[in-house]
Design a protein around this ligand. Structure first.
Ligand code: SIN
Length: 555
């Protein structure tokens, strides 16, 4: 494939200086990783959780809106299923969606049992809100708009009290260790620690669960925290796992606009604010979403993001405005304390001011391809949460389905592990391919992806991004900056490859040169894997079921 850099098939790391063993290794400490740990432990297995920063540092803690499930009396898994399929724009895996919506309410009960304090209504039931694409109030939330932080608080406390779960912080996973049959037997990692477990080590287990979250740092501006460098997807690809749907990057429509040059993690203004009645206006005060979709501001996220982009182009403005001045001050204070604090920090008071907002990278609907039990194509390797592609999101994730996906599929992985661990065997040496990316190239990598593979894409813009990626300098110095930047390049190349091949507009993939959804050719997933020579191989997965109920509208 032209314009795509050669990618390393293993990171250049020193020989492991120490070894540890467990039944299950979980990489990542967001909702998916911690839930897998809890479920595996419930099955009596010893669990090692490795996480690259502090245990609380991942994306989950930043989730504002909440977690969706059919909990209300007027709701049902069937209604949740329908909204999920419509948002997924024809590319959902229907069997996986069925698992998600049917197991959803039970998964919320797990969170309650682990001590999560959700917000309550006046009758003492769970307070439920709406977000884009949902036809019912089905989003449970906590601390107003601090749902993720409360979930992490409760789960970290549970894990800390569980002596069968060991957590190693500041541990960057490097490469999978595999046996002669190619099955996973653990991984290498680099730990910034003290004492015996410092530097590069090996952790051994016949089951490894990747739950490393998002890839936001591939782009210049994202709602994701700085740890979101796509490590799990890159590590999985190096270990022979297949990635799918990587071109479907979701851009959240309402991220606080801090100026055209703003980079790094950007403040989110939750869809729940629109769910409670705030609306979008352009520079002339026109409420443009009314003409765009029957659900107006609560249309699926890709519809709103595209409408905002079109309006910004039409008016020549760099952002639109969110108007929540008619919500009461009490609502802002108690329902959206996090957003109120963050907007006020930037000198904007949503009680009295319009809030400037625009789209920024938020979520990756694709990831390492799994079945409905979280299994990848590599024996003993599982993926869970945002770094996985179970198929529930299709071409566009329905708001607040991601925390639920992590929970539900963590439970499934736990059930499978409880029925028996894969066989243990000795790992075998693999050749070390050189080719780390120079960490100084990180900003150029992010700019290339933001310029060429962002909300709006074309053959020309993606091709230019691919050329810029291929020209990034290599660096010889192993270490966290180079390993992370190499992971970013692997993920960026995979996204660009999918985006270039998918010659249609569908869900969160918007091609300026192919305006319509093309079900004749593109009712299939793009699968990517890394060949031993460091090039990307592409294959296609036809969808087993293309239910008529999946969204049929070109937007
Ligand atoms: C939001 O609160 O708007 C984000 C929720 C999500 O991404 O699911």
């Amino acid at each position: 494939m032209t314009g795509v850099p050669r990618l390393p098939t293993s990171l250049v790391a020193p020989t492991p200086g120490w070894t540890r063993s467990a039944d299950v290794i979980v990489v990542g400490s967001g909702i998916a990783g911690l839930a897998v740990a809890m479920h595996a432990r419930r099955a009596g297995l010893s669990v090692l959780v490795v996480t690259k920063s502090y245990v609380t540092a991942g994306s989950t803690a930043w989730a504002q809106g909440g977690i969706a499930a059919a909990l209300a009396d007027d709701d049902s898994p069937a209604a949740h299923r329908k909204d999920t399929l419509v948002a997924g724009a024809g590319l959902c895996d229907v069997a996986a969606v069925d698992v998600l919506v049917n197991d959803g309410p039970r998964a919320i009960n797990d969170l309650l049992a682990w001590g999560t304090q959700f917000d309550r209504d006046s009758a003492g039931g769970l307070a439920l809100t709406r977000e884009g694409g949902h036809h019912r109030r089905r989003i449970a939330h906590a601390g107003g708009d601090a749902t993720g932080a409360e979930i992490v608080r409760a789960m970290v406390a549970e894990v800390a009290e569980n002596p069968g779960i060991t957590v190693i912080e500041h541990a960057l996973a490097l490469d999978l260790l595999t046996d002669v049959r190619g099955n996973v037997q653990g991984l290498t990692l680099h730990v910034i620690g003290e004492g015996q477990q410092d530097g590069v080590g090996a952790v051994l287990a016949p089951a490894v669960v990747l739950a490393t979250g998002g890839i936001g740092q591939v782009f210049s501006a994202s709602t994701n925290p700085t740890v979101a460098t796509g490590d799990g997807v890159a590590l999985g690809l190096r270990g022979g796992a297949i990635a799918a749907d990587m071109e479907f990057i979701q851009f959240h429509p309402t991220v606080l606009w801090l100026g055209g040059e703003a980079v790094g993690q950007q403040p989110l203004v939750s869809e729940a604010v629109r769910g409670e009645g705030a609306y979008l206006v352009d520079d002339d005060g026109v409420r443009f979403m009314l003409d765009e979709h029957p659900l107006a501001e609560l249309a699926p996220r890709d519809v709103v993001a595209k409408a905002i982009m079109r309006r910004m182009r039409a008016t020549g403005s760099e952002h639109v405005w969110l108007d929540g001045r008619h919500l009461s001050e009490d609502m802002w204070t108690h329902r959206f304390p996090t957003i109120l604090a963050s907007t006020r920090t930037h000198g904007i008071d949503p009680v009295t001011d319009l809030v400037p907002v625009g789209p920024a990278q938020h979520y990756t609907s694709g990831g390492l391809r799994t079945d409905t039990w979280g299994r990848t194509n590599v024996g003993g390797l599982f993926a869970c949460g945002e770094c996985s592609c179970t198929g529930v999101h299709g071409a566009n994730r329905l708001a607040s389905n991601s925390l639920l996906e992590g929970l539900v599929f963590a439970d499934r992985i736990g059930q499978l592990l409880a029925s028996g661990l894969p066989e243990r065997a000795e790992p075998v040496e693999k050749p070390t391919a050189a080719g780390l990316t120079d960490p100084a190239a990180r900003t150029e990598l992010q700019r290339a992806m933001t310029d060429g593979v962002s909300v709006l894409r074309s053959e020309q813009s993606i091709g230019e991004a691919q050329r810029r990626l291929a020209a990034l300098p290599q660096g010889d110095e192993p270490g966290t900056p180079a390993w992370e930047t190499t992971n970013l390049l692997t993920v960026a190349s995979t996204i660009a490859t999918g985006a270039q091949l998918r010659c249609e507009t569908r869900g969160s993939h918007w091609r300026e040169d192919f305006h319509d959804r093309d079900d004749d050719h593109w009712r299939r997933r793009i699968l990517t894997r890394l060949r031993p020579d460091g090039t990307l191989a592409v294959d296609y997965e036809p969808l087993a079921t293309m239910a008529a109920e999946q969204g049929q509208v070109n937007v």
